[in-house]
Design a protein around this ligand. Sequence first.
Ligand code: SDX
Length: 428
Amino acid sequence: MTEKATLSIDGKQFELDVYTGTENERSIDITNLRSETGCITMDPGFGNTGSCFSSITYVDGAKGILRYRGYPIEEVAEKASFVEIAYLVLYGELPNAEQLTKFSSALREHAPLHSNLRTHFSGFPESAPPMAILSAMLNLVSCFHPEVLKVNVQGEAFDRTAALLLSKVRTIAAWAYRIANGKPINHPNPNLSYCSNFLHMMFSEPYQEYVVSPVIEKALNLFLVLHADHEQNCSTSTVRVVSSSRANLFSSVSAGVCALWGPLHGGANAAVIEMLEEIQQSGRPVTDYINMAKAKNNSFRLMGFGHRVYKNFDPRSKILKKQVHDVLKELNKEDSLLDIAQELEEKTLQDDYFVSRNLYPNVDFYSGILMRAIGIPLNMYTVMFAIGRMPGWISNWRELHEHKQRISRPRQIYTGETTRAYVPLEER
Ligand code: SDX
């Protein structure tokens, strides 16, 4: 028997269905609210609005829980490869040996880009932001594979489309970096793993093959695993809204790249490093910046802090912080920005402004320092986030189609002029 909620308005009572998920989250169904009451709900930023039923990722913001298809992030981060997690997020189960072999060979097969694409890359100015290139090239690549312009969510056609996108996104990213820096492109090497192949395409030089250190490959793998999906965040919701018009996968994730780019979302990982570098170069105490972030009349925010859902620690931030320490130690490197980051974290943990607003370090706070240790350039950080998030975007695109979800079309409350007659130019 479905639980009910009662809404009373204009002296009438309306019963609304309440749905409960497998983790006992509850939602009030307002599908018929407007037709029954003449009212809509209002929730700018959708902080209290469910857009879908999903079985991909579970996040409990109060307890700092994140699970992909039921597997806790703490477990998969240390034990699984990104390719395994991509398969899990896409198909709902961890792959067995045969499935992993087949999936990996599909990723190897689809890594190369059509040679004609080389000219399109060179059309971008050197100053072109890699996120702009990534979003543009995702749509461009689909023009060379017309089969992916159809909405295939089942069987071989979906498998091929998903593998093609997951694989080529690396090559697009690496070529964007190489060409923007006036370097010759590197073609993918089918003998390398997903992460090693990306690092090869990014950093191999004409007469100096990049030698992937196991420490760096493990760090990149962990980074990508931690970014694989995160329920209905801004960019994933964007992918779903675009998908809901029955747009193809490549155009949907291209829109997701644009949403991720913003500094309040995926762009925060680079913004954190810029903030830490500014603090370092200013010579001013960290407390000055904490006070600026607290000042009502100051738009400055501590980048990498706060989260719409996590009102506890973002579990990914804890894992990344440990990984940063391990990688710097194993590479025998130091990074003075890490000291500043840790001082910021320590001081905000004791500051009521942050504690009372549940503002803790999020996934972006330490991820930039890990990217620095790996050797990824600053303007590629958010591109790395996009590569990691690709399995989540693809899986949400597929789930929306499988659920045959209707086109997204929110309503509004109009606050503009009421009706008025046209005024001829000579009378204005
Ligand atoms: C990601 O949604 C996801 O799942 C995203 C993500 C994913 O995996 O997809 O986890 C990845 O995008 C992480 C977030 C990265 N962004 C940043 O680090 C940018 C800095 N943080 C914020 O701007 C902010 O915290 C957001 C955008 C993350 C969340 O914004 P909300 O939920 O709309 O919160 P809010 O802006 O309403 O802030 C609530 C209060 C306000 O103060 P009061 O009005 O109550 O006085 O907290 C303050 C804000 O001023 N506040 C901050 C702050 N973040 C919020 N104050 C100082 N520094 C900050 N970073």
